[in-house]
Design a protein around this ligand. Sequence first.
Ligand SMILES: C[S@@+](CC[C@H](N)C(=O)[O-])C[C@H]1O[C@@H](n2cnc3c(N)ncnc32)[C@H](O)[C@@H]1O
Length: 256
Amino acid sequence: MGKVHRYYYECEPWTPASWQRCYEQTRFSEYTAERELAIIEQLIVPGPDDVILDAGCGYGRLAERFLSRGASVIGVDISRKMITYCNRELQGDFAGAVADIENLPFHDGSFNKIVCVGVLVHVESPQRAIREFARVLKPGGIFVTVNNNLLLLYYSLFHSLRFFVADWVRRLLGRPRRRYVIRYRSPFWYANLVEEAGLQVEKIRGDTFIGVLKIRQFTLFPPEFSLPWFQRLDRLAAKAPYKYFTFASYICARRM
Ligand SMILES: C[S@@+](CC[C@H](N)C(=O)[O-])C[C@H]1O[C@@H](n2cnc3c(N)ncnc32)[C@H](O)[C@@H]1O
C-alpha cells in the first residue's frame, strides 16, 4: 500500500457524516447533488438486471439510488469507515468491501456497469485505476466517471492557491505535510486514459459552473433569489462549448 493509500485507509480524512454534509447541507448542495445523480442515471440507466460497481462509494449516495432502481451494487472504498457505514445503512442487494481501486479484488468481466465519481482526483495512479475498470468490465459494459475539471480556471486557481497556502501554514506551524492528493485534470486527459485502457468514449458531458462543494460559499445569497440564476447558468453549462469548462466533467465509455 502506497503512502497516499495508507493515508486514506488509516487516517481517513473524511467521514460518512462529513461527506453527507457536503452534499446535503444546503438547498444549493442538494440541488447540485441531485443534478449530478440525475445525469449519472441518464448515462448508467440502472435497472434490475445490473450488477454495478460503485468504485470509491463513499457513504453510498450513488449506491442508494441504484439500489432503489432494483440494481445489485458492489461498493468499494479504501476507507474502512465508509464501508462499515454502507454495509450497515444501505438496504437492498449491496455488498461493500474495503479495496483500492488501483488493485481491484474482482475477476475479469465481473460487472456490466461501473461508476467512479469524485475519486480519480485522489488516487496515485488514475491510469492504473482505469485499466482495472476496463479489466473488470464485461464486454458491452458501461463505465461512467465524474471528476473535477481543471479547465474551470477560476476554481482550479482558487483551489491550487488554497492548498499552496495551507501547505505553507502547515510548514510554518511545524505540522507534517499533507499526504492526500487532489489533482485536477481536463476531461480530455481522462478521455485519453479511458481510450488507452481499451474502452471507447461515447460521451463527454459537463455540468454546473458552481459545483457541488463550492456552493457552500454561496449560502450568503438566499436560495429563493439566487437558485434560479444558478439554474439558468447551469443550463448554459451543459451546452457546447461550455461543457468542457464546467465544474464537473462526465465521461461515459463502453467496453467493445
Ligand atoms: C469525494 S468522495 C466520493 C464518494 C462517492 N463516490 C460519492 O460521489 O458520493 C471520494 C471517496 O474516494 C475514496 N477513495 C480515495 N482513494 C481511493 C482508492 N484508492 N480506492 C478506493 N477508494 C478511494 C475516499 O475514501 C472517499 O470515500
